[in-house]
Design a protein around this ligand. Structure first.
Ligand SMILES: NC(=O)c1ccc[n+]([C@@H]2O[C@H](COP(=O)([O-])OP(=O)(O)OC[C@H]3O[C@@H](n4cnc5c(N)ncnc54)[C@H](O)[C@@H]3O)[C@@H](O)[C@H]2O)c1
Length: 260
């Protein structure tokens, strides 16, 4: 018995580090998975691998910045597998820069892909979930939805907005047995983290040392949280933004006393 037998899950950003790990984890627990992304080759490869291993898995191209694409992806889940139980809003792209230098177009794109897209997903999936008796929506925010960093306003703003979109959806749809939660990862070893290291101002060792656990996070550790929130094991949890960061933002060491 898997923890998600007979469930159907849709994952956006399925060609990326966290998306791939989550597709694998949900499929391993019995879910039928619909992977979506704008980078088709790796998503299609993953779905082929999962299908060969006996999972029910399909891939669909979907730019989450397009309501039509997102709606079509949700409809694909329903037409292919008969329902949609889990929506994982996870895709992201962002521009950066100091606020006076921000390009308005880049700002709009960042907010559309990381915030508006989650609303599109909810808009498309909630009617199906309500009609079938419930569902679980999980959106990938970030520690930058809770704290901030210089030069990162579009990302920090979108991720913070996602947390209150999550709470709003939770209070709006809880009576229909739809739970809505956000996850707030810290530093996860994916291509996105490679681009942070690519800035060249902090090394992996320096970043690791900032964590209470003394290390960064693997995508599989995020996938475990998504699985928990997708499954009935989290049946009383809704409207939450759960930080999974290895203790990174808990550390505000003013005294210089070293950890044990
Ligand atoms: N890696 C980290 O340290 C970290 C930390 C906190 C939060 N996150 C969040 O985790 C999520 C997954 O990121 P990741 O670390 O796996 O990064 P990633 O770059 O590996 O994956 C992001 C995926 O989103 C896809 N994408 C980009 N624009 C898209 C669009 N318009 N439509 C559909 N897909 C699109 C990309 O093609 C990519 O596959 C993101 O929401 C990110 O903000 C990551």
């Amino acid at each position: 018995m898997g923890r998600l037998d007979d469930r159907v899950a849709l994952v956006t950003g399925a060609s990326g580090g966290i998306g791939m790990a989550t597709m694998r984890r949900l499929a391993a627990e019995g879910a039928a998975v619909v992977g979506t992304d704008v980078v088709d080759e790796s998503g299609e490869k993953l779905v082929a691998e999962l299908s060969e291993g006996g999972a029910r898995a399909v891939y669909q191209h979907c730019d989450v910045g397009s309501l039509d694409d997102v709606t079509a992806a949700v409809e694909r889940a329903v037409s292919e597998f008969g329902r949609i139980d889990v929506l994982f809003n996870n895709a992201a792209t962002s521009t950066g820069g100091y606020i006076p230098d921000l390009d308005p177009e880049g700002w709009d794109t960042s907010l559309r892909v990381m915030l508006t897209a989650a609303m599109y997903g909810m808009k498309a999936a909630i009617p199906h979930m309500a009609a079938q008796g419930g569902g679980s929506i999980v959106s990938t925010s970030s520690i930058y939805g809770v704290v901030a960093s210089p030069g990162n306003a579009p990302y920090c703003t979108a991720k913070a907005g996602l947390i209150n979109l999550t709470r709003t959806a939770a209070v709006e749809w809880g009576r229909k047995n739809i739970r809505v939660n956000a996850i707030c990862p810290g530093v996860v070893e994916t291509p996105m983290y490679d681009s942070v290291l690519g800035i060249g101002l902090k090394t992996h060792e320096e970043i690791s040392a900032m964590h209470a656990l003394g290390r960064t996070i693997r995508p599989e550790e995020i996938a475990n949280l998504v699985l928990f929130l997708a499954s009935d094991e989290s049946s009383a949890i809704t409207g939450q933004a759960i930080v999974v960061d290895g203790g990174l933002i808990s550390d505000c060491n003013l005294t210089g006393v070293p950890p044990a």
